[in-house]
Design a protein around this ligand. Structure first.
Ligand SMILES: [Zn+2]
Length: 248
């Protein structure tokens, strides 16, 4: 036990992550999450830190502003859940020592000021998000957060989509998918999926890029959970653990 503790301190001293982890756990309203985080950090310490500086994570809360995205049961608007979960993912990633960038941190979109039609605003919004991804270094990661919707109401559970253009994208997607299943949705049998051209940002991505469909707002169980602050925290934590587990 003592030896493990010593190794833990030694491994993390240089990165000064122990203080961050300690304060997160001390201040964490979710004790179980705090314990999970320490266990996760210990596992990481046991396997050694990633070589080189950690990647910067570009977090993209889907939609925003006049683009609400999908509308779910009870009139739930996708853009609001996307932002709430994205902001929570950012908190966990920063506690884990990552640098993060957000495409948006408020209820706005990224359209050009000169775009006068809805179509132009939608097009320039996507292009501006894409430009932020392109500005990343090759080792950085792009993670987009969305909600799914499907007729009938039966479909449920998180599913991660990835860009086919880089092999690491599938690795990152699998890491997030498996962490969400392990920590939060043991009944979820969904598999990661390559993105078609309906997901522009992934289809044309040249960087490691994934899109997390957090759940189905057309499903009564999912939509209730996705609006719950505690569930949002657990999901955000599982997504962050998926990023932490990812190896380039
Ligand atoms: Zn969406």
């Amino acid at each position: 036990m003592k030896r493990m503790k010593f190794m833990f301190v030694l491994r993390f001293r240089r990165k000064r992550m122990l203080l961050t982890m300690g304060s997160l756990v001390a201040g964490c309203a979710f004790t179980a999450l705090g314990i999970f985080l320490v266990q996760h950090a210990a596992r990481r310490a046991a396997t050694g830190p990633v070589a080189g500086p950690d990647p910067v994570i570009l977090l993209d809360a889907g939609h925003g502003g006049e683009d609400g995205g999908a509308v779910g049961l009870g009139g739930v608007v996708e853009k609001e859940l996307n932002l709430a979960i994205t902001l929570k993912v950012e908190i966990y990633l920063r506690a884990m020592g990552y640098q993060t960038i957000l495409t948006r941190s408020t209820d706005t979109d990224l359209h050009d000021a000169a775009a006068s039609t809805v179509r132009d605003r939608k097009t320039t919004d996507i292009h501006n998000r894409f430009a932020m991804m392109e500005a990343l270094r090759d080792k950085d990661l792009f993670v987009s957060i969305h909600m799914n919707k499907f007729p009938g109401g039966g479909a449920h559970g998180t599913q991660v989509f990835y860009s086919k253009n880089t092999p690491q994208s599938a690795v990152l997607a699998e890491s997030i998918q498996s962490n969400v299943i392990r920590l939060l949705q043991p009944e979820n049998t969904r598999k990661i999926k390559p993105s078609g051209d309906s997901i522009y940002l992934l289809y044309y991505a040249k960087k490691t890029a994934v899109l997390v469909e957090c759940g189905f707002i057309s499903n009564a169980g999912d939509v209730e959970k996705l609006q719950d602050d505690g569930y949002q925290n657990r999901l955000a934590f599982a997504i962050a653990c998926g990023i932490l587990d990812f190896r380039q």
